[in-house]
Design a protein around this ligand. Sequence first.
Ligand code: ADP
Ligand code: MG
Length: 579
Amino acid sequence: MKEKKGSMLKKWFMPYFVIHKRVVIIDLLCASLTTIAELVLPMLVRRITEIAVNNIAELTVRVILEMAALYAFLKGIDMLAGYYMIYVGHTMGVKIEKSMREDMFSHLLRVPLSYYDSTKVGQLMSRITTDMFDVAEFSHHCPEEFFICGLKLIVSFAVLASINLPLTLVSFAMLPLMLFGTLYFRRKMHEVFKARRVIAGDVNARTETSLLGIRVIKSFTQEKHEEKLFKEESTKLSETQKASYRYMARLNSVVRFFDGMMYVVMILMGGMFILKGKITTADYTAYLLYDAMLIAAIKRIVEFIEQFEKGLTGIERFAQVMEVENEKGYSETKQLEKVEGEIEFKDLTFSYGDEKDDVLEHVNIKIKKGENVAVVGPSGSGKTTMCSLISRFYEVSDGEITLDGKNISSLELSSLRNAIGMVEQEVYMFSGTVYENILYGNPCASREDVVEAAKLAGAHEFVMNLPNGYDTFIGERGTMLSGGQKQRISIARVFLKNPPVLILDEATSALDNKSEQIIKKSLETLAKGRTTLTIAHRLSTIKNADRILVLTENGIEEQGSHEELLKLGGIYYRLYNNL
Ligand code: ADP
Ligand code: MG
């Protein structure tokens, strides 16, 4: 377990950390400078006490001033060093946080879609924000605090041992006890904090799914139900929060116990030593001051352990994301030159996971260049899945898909995806302007191209009627547009992309009749000269397809033109006549 953590840190944290080694070194130097003043203070007090006890006449104003000046000088250094530690030290943490956050986001863009089938986006959001912040704090404080504590231990041991060895040995013997006592609780606390993190992410995720569905909630008047669901997550969170504080309190009590023990021993042994004349008053004073400093140092470490735990948990969760493998195909080098658009499914079998049933089994389809093929079939028969496979959103389980005779899994991903345009039932709008949303189809396009694409998609007219035309800001997810308008923008996007292969997956299913008629026309224009795969559940919309495939759970059961299939009197015939 420990080894695993070590290699995790080495792999996922050190590369970000070592870049800043210069800052770390100066930071540690500053840390030593700030401890000097603290370490010198007991010596000064000891000296004053010594002079006062031995010969009060020697304690002149000059001596006192000298000492005060020395201490003031050291404190001045302490101030400057402290400034560096807090400002530059934290800035280093911020830089580390920034690169890790950006790497994580870039990675999230490249993991396979299947990862998102089983991951809550809310969880990922808290990883990118809260977790990375904790890592920043960790990267700066962890080396610093341990270094300061170590330094204080070593120096005070050396000084104290030179004053009185037995007393020093006894008090230092208690420190490991203190440490082991805390270690046990530390481990417990780590587990609870980890659980707390996961649950905090769940609360995020709950908030996200609920509020994104606010329209549904309101229309079904399910506020109470959502409240109940939220309350469940929220209660779970507060329970683990409570548990985490319970462990923190226990840890704290252990520290206080040892702290008390230390003073009891000091009073007992120190008193006896003074009684027997084995230690001077001045030394004893210095002793007490050093002990107070040591206890404070250990307490600080224990307090920081909470932060270190959080940082470690954050790194662990960062590693979990980063260890998800990238989508295959980024490393392929085979680029598609000029795409003709001939698609073939060769004995294709696919399932969404090893344990899941096959969605498609031994499917064979050949779509010629420029052909317009429609797929019909009951819901759940795997039509959308077929589309996803052509774009290689998922990896086929068996068999292969070829584009222009080349196995798509041998092609570089972006060159494959650039060749395919998709219009789906659900349209996603990025928060931004209409113009930006269309430009998404081809970021290099000119303004004229965008307007031209919008005209072809039948979007130009309504866009011009928006308050700011193309520069109208459409709310998050395009809430300001109707379904048909959004669909027209998504079609404009594909016009702009101008791909040789077109996939229309229930593109008009969610629309009313009138919108459907308008959009059907744009889609027909769009399909011209492209290999097109149309999926529709309203059979009237696909009558004109060159070929219709009927997909059922048994695979492609029938195929042919509309007339041929009707003559056949099979599944298509029954579907078409609503039998
Ligand atoms: P269609 O588009 O024909 O209605 P789909 O291709 O969406 O059907 O779904 C085919 C089958 O695959 C269904 O049984 C569905 O439950 C399953 N399925 C679809 N998407 C996923 C997914 N991301 N993970 C697991 N199973 C899925
Ligand atoms: Mg579907």
